[in-house]
Design a protein around this ligand. Structure first.
Ligand SMILES: [Zn+2]
Length: 501
């Protein structure tokens, strides 16, 4: 597989810089200033595009109530003049806008991309296009919310035939501590809870059945083991995981349920959840709200809704869990123009989950079934995550409007694009010559990181058994603090490794 890594860095609301940070051998450096698509003057139509991509059933006028929204869709030739249905080539048009944004005509970055593509063709292999986002920019820019997987060069969608897109949030994370597992173990969590206040309806069991079906072949071939959490509460998850030995630990948590990206009121008497990023004050008590974050909707002991933040979920994940898969079928999702799981996926990565596969939009049951079957089968064959993702996409049917929905985020780097098995794990080798001082510094930082990692794990272990809420809060703050220290060290390590002698 040839690798082209593009670092996307925001300049302002509309512009970003694309820098080639890894290129196939023989291709020169490249950097280009790019302009985001779907803007008209000061008007940003990104949310409208997301709604278009979310819908599986075609155009529904009620999803586009804003003045000018349908007119814009018509003008872009995404909507037919009669405003009854999308244009037959609406996905291709969106893909072309993304392509021209990422690879402006005559730009260095386009040249580098075309070269890399040709090289991959000559070598009869795929091109892995890794999009890299700065860890701190993920919070303040929406760059990662664009469906870059859809890029279309005017002739064809580049995925999943020639190009495999993955997303890397740029931490210089150590590769995950992979356990010497013989088989792929997947733990399925499927809360069946509703929350009318957030318009989240109870999900059906069809996706669960689809995943069981999807995995049954891999199971029959002895490639995978699927287990389900009997009660979808955080407490049950914690109890289940803490009873396991290393060899019983799942590498994958598959969460089939609702996600919500938004803000929770910090007033302990209130705790009201607010979806979205726009609301500033609690609608219930008036408290000033903090930064938005990703939540997964678990059940509480009484079967009611329990919003678990990405950060607190991670506190309950032991080492060895290397991948979280987030999905929910279209049936239960509101078409809102917010990519719920994208935000939550980034938050999980931010909270130190090594890899996340998220359905960036709701997926049809039949499509998720086909995806799961092939994705887990390929993973069971100990192939890399990018390969499994791409094969899963192909099985969703390239002709339909489902294949672009799964997205892969990685927190660490390896040449193959994410391994879940210890035997074959490889660390990306250093490509630059380092001085003795640099090597010494790198070693020192790595030792410090390992120490911090131990602290991190021990506070997590305390949190798992702590029942007192104020102490839980304190431990969560501690975890965040250690996490930030680790981030700093990882960034230092990253910079050291980037320097030439
Ligand atoms: Zn409140």
């Amino acid at each position: 597989m040839e690798l082209l890594e593009l670092y996307l860095s925001p300049l302002d609301a509309q512009r970003f810089q694309a820098i080639a940070t890894r290129l196939p051998i023989g291709i020169g450096d490249a950097a280009t200033e790019c302009v985001l698509p779907f803007w008209v003057g000061e008007q940003d139509w990104r949310r409208t595009i997301i709604k278009v991509l979310e819908s599986s059933q075609g155009f529904r006028a009620e999803h586009y109530p804003e003045p000018d929204e349908q007119a814009w869709l018509k003008q872009e030739e995404l909507l037919l003049p009669d405003r009854q249905s999308f244009h037959a080539a609406y996905l291709e048009r969106i893909g072309q806008s993304l392509y021209h944004s990422l690879f402006p005509p005559d730009s260095e970055i386009k040249q580098a991309f075309l070269h890399s593509l040709r090289l991959a063709e000559q070598h009869n292999t795929d091109l892995h296009l890794r999009l890299k986002f700065a860890a701190d920019s993920v919070q303040r820019s929406r760059l990662a919310d664009y469906p870059w997987e859809l890029i279309h060069d005017g002739q064809r969608f580049l995925q999943p035939r020639q190009v495999i897109v993955s997303r890397y949030i740029a931490y210089e994370a150590l590769p995950p501590a992979l356990l010497p597992q013989k088989q792929l173990r997947v733990l399925l969590i499927a809360p069946r809870v509703e929350d009318a206040t957030q318009k989240l309806a109870k999900l059906s069991d069809t996706e669960q059945q689809a995943i069981h079906l999807g995995l049954s072949k891999a199971k029959a071939e002895g490639l995978a083991v699927l287990e389900s959490l009997s009660k979808a509460t955080l407490k049950a998850l914690s109890a289940d995981l803490s009873q396991r030995t290393e060899t019983q630990m799942p590498q994958v948590l598959h969460f089939d349920g609702h996600g919500l990206f938004g803000k929770r009121c910090v007033n302990s008497q209130c705790g009201q959840i607010h979806a979205g990023i726009k609301v500033d004050r609690c609608r219930n008590c008036g408290q000033l709200l903090t930064e938005p974050t990703g939540f997964l909707l678990f059940e509480d002991e009484q079967g009611g809704p329990d919003y678990v933040s990405a950060a607190s979920l991670v506190a309950f994940l032991p080492k060895g869990v290397a991948l979280v898969v987030l999905s929910a079928c279209q049936s239960g999702m509101a078409v809102a123009g917010d990519s719920v799981f994208n935000g939550t996926a980034q938050q999980l990565i931010d909270a130190r989950v090594p890899a996340v596969v998220a359905m960036q939009y709701g997926v049809r049951v039949d499509a998720v079934s086909r995806f799961a079957e092939q994705f887990y089968r390929i993973l069971g064959q100990k192939k890399p995550l990018v390969t499994a993702l791409n094969e899963g996409r192909k099985w969703m049917g390239v002709e339909g409007n489902q294949w672009y929905r799964p997205v892969l985020y990685l927190r660490w780097l390896d040449n193959q694009g994410g391994q879940l098995f210890a035997e074959t794990a490889t660390v990306e080798p250093l490509q630059v010559k380092l001085s003795r001082f640099q090597r010494f510094e790198i070693e020192r930082l790595q030792v410090e990181l390992e120490d911090l990692d131990q602290d991190y794990e021990s506070v997590k272990a305390q949190l798992r058994v702590e029942l007192d809420a104020p102490t839980q809060n304190k431990l969560e703050r501690q975890i965040e603090q250690i996490g930030r220290q680790m981030d700093t060290k990882e960034q230092q390590l990253f910079r050291l490794k980037q320097q030439d002698e």
